[in-house]
Design a protein around this ligand. Structure first.
Ligand SMILES: C[S@@+](CC[C@H](N)C(=O)[O-])C[C@H]1O[C@@H](n2cnc3c(N)ncnc32)[C@H](O)[C@@H]1O
Length: 210
């Protein structure tokens, strides 16, 4: 499905002081942006930003960055983030493929990938946010011992991602094809949608061993 272009999206995001459109300017100095040295957790493909917002509210000692490449969607995340005005949450409009340009080695302590596009055709697999091509990028910005958490509704992506992690030298700490719904867990917009249709949520937690 093609998103209708929203002409207000980029100008609005450019005006939003809580969203970075040139994150390369902060490479190696995100601590100065957050004004502390707390761990930085990064959500890739954050969409409308609800997950990052609730995580930041719940975990004030962790700095959160919600990243997405699609201005037409992320403009709404920008509104949420600006409205909440938390010290530990900013947005980043950028591509996951270029993370090495935005973060120094070891600057990120955790990555969340929630319901990324499954790209089912073999020739599209390399675009998956869990593909080894991307895992190699993440290794350059993650602290040793950091974790990546993945949620998906897609069986093919789940099974392939397990292999991607193992092949790329990550240790799979947890994996399930039917993630239990817990009262205290924070659900993304897509998670709520799939759960309402009784689609099982698949989950992987993998550790970067370095
Ligand atoms: C299916 S949506 C999921 C949104 C949200 N995580 C959720 O669970 O509700 C996937 C999001 O990933 C973003 N995305 C896809 N490829 C990306 C990339 N290479 N870099 C950054 N964001 C990406 C899309 O723009 C889209 O907003």
């Amino acid at each position: 499905m093609r998103l209708r272009k929203k002409h207000f999206a980029i100008p609005e995001l450019e005006e939003n002081k809580k969203v970075f459109l040139h994150p390369e300017e902060n490479k190696g100095s995100w601590g100065e942006i957050f004004k502390n040295n707390n761990p930085i957790h990064l959500e890739l493909g954050a969409g409308r930003g609800g997950f990052a917002l609730r995580m930041a509210e719940k975990n004030p000692k962790i700095n959160f960055l919600a990243l997405d490449l699609e201005a037409n969607v992320f403009v709404y995340a920008g509104r949420l983030i600006k409205e909440a005005d938390l010290d530990n949450l900013f947005g980043v409009l950028a591509r996951a493929e270029n993370l090495c340009d935005y973060f120094a080695k070891g600057e990120v302590s955790k990555i969340y990938i929630n319901f990324c596009n499954p790209w089912p055709k073999p020739r599209q697999h390399k675009r998956r946010l869990t593909h080894p091509r991307l895992l190699e990028v993440y290794k350059n910005i993650l602290k040793e011992g950091s974790e990546i958490e993945v949620k998906t509704d897609d069986d093919g992506l789940y099974l392939a991602s397990l292999e991607y992690f193992k092949d790329s030298g990550f240790e799979v700490l947890e994996a399930t094809d039917d993630l239990e719904e817990r009262e205290d867990s924070i659900q993304t917009d897509y998670e709520k949608k799939w759960r309402s249709q009784n689609i099982k949520i698949k989950y992987i937690k993998a550790k970067f061993i370095g």
